[in-house]
Design a protein around this ligand. Structure first.
Ligand SMILES: [Zn+2]
Length: 311
């Protein structure tokens, strides 16, 4: 078998965790109204783990294109104007500083920043770029690699929910660091693998062609250190109100797993999964199971997003 190279640290010390049948993944997306059949080659896709940096990544790494994201945009839950990390990140940005947001959408984060901040954004989606420009924002359709090569430098570079989508995370991260002035601050927010997401079955959006990598605190920190950012802090979002139901159900399943009744699969359509689903929806039992899961693994009490703040 070919060695799989970690896309974050380039180590070959990686192992396969679980393979998912291509058709099962396509079906799982279809239940959400999204067709991914054009983006998944081969007959299966494998979640791998890097033993050196703890990154989770899918093999093959197959990412979505413009059309895929156009499908997602038609889902009302997809773009949020107020991501939970915005408020936290905005507090770290000083008056008068220059800031680059990579993958900025229509520039919703701008509204959270002090007026004196000089805001620039990069975005691939034409419609979003147009909306941002109409609102008077300096937003370009350009990869961060090319932007950094032009010699542009900022006090703050941030990317919210972008890194997990790209097929070259090391190159992407490197370009973000390159775009920093000396002593500048990098803020990268991603879905947290040190959270309930790691044990949430049937989450196709946390899989290709949407998300192709999974980030633990350690994987983020190691990548920052490898790029010469030695001060690397981690912030975990509390569980958001709109994730509370999903969070509780996932923890309840997890408690059942520990009792040996159920071992979750990435995509699970088994009768056993559905039967246990009925159990964990019974609220009295669920409260008990959630408490028991949190007692065994307090780290499962955090929310969906983790943010690296590095300089
Ligand atoms: Zn690695």
């Amino acid at each position: 078998m070919l060695e799989r190279i970690c896309p974050a640290c380039h180590a070959d010390d990686t192992e396969a965790v679980e393979s998912v049948d291509r058709q099962d993944l396509i079906r799982s997306y279809r239940q959400k109204g999204i067709d991914v059949s054009a983006y998944l080659p081969g007959s299966s896709i494998t979640l791998c783990h890097c033993n050196r940096c703890e990154l989770g990544f899918f093999d093959p790494i197959c990412v979505g294109d413009g059309q895929f994201y156009e499908q997602l945009q038609t889902q009302e839950w997809y773009y949020q104007d107020a991501k939970p990390e915005y408020a936290y990140a905005a507090k770290l940005v000083r008056e008068g500083s220059s800031l680059l947001e990579v993958g900025c959408g229509k520039g919703a984060f701008r509204a959270w920043l002090p007026e004196s901040v000089r805001y620039s954004g990069l975005e691939f989606n034409d419609e979003a770029v147009q909306k941002a420009r109409t609102a008077g924002l300096d937003v370009r359709k350009q990869p961060v690699e090319a932007h950094a090569d032009e010699g542009r430098r900022y006090d703050v570079v941030c990317a919210f929910q972008v890194l997990e989508h790209v097929d070259g995370p090391k190159q992407f991260f490197h370009a973000c660091v390159q775009a920093l002035k000396p002593g500048g601050t990098l803020m990268i927010a991603v879905p947290a693998q040190d959270s309930f997401l790691a044990i949430a079955p049937n989450s196709p959006l946390n899989m290709p062609p949407h998300h192709v990598t999974r980030w633990t605190d350690r994987a983020l920190t190691k990548l920052a250190h490898s790029e010469g950012l030695h001060k690397a802090d981690i912030w975990h979002e509390p569980v958001a109100d709109f994730h509370k139901e999903w969070h509780a159900t996932t923890l309840a399943y997890h408690a059942l797993t520990r009792s040996g009744l159920y071992r979750p699969r990435l995509i699970d359509n088994s009768v056993r999964y559905r039967l246990l689903g009925r159990l964990v929806r019974m609220s009295a039992l669920r409260h008990y199971l959630v408490r028991s899961a949190l007692k065994a693994h307090p780290a499962l009490g955090v929310g969906h997003t983790v943010m690296l703040v590095a300089s």
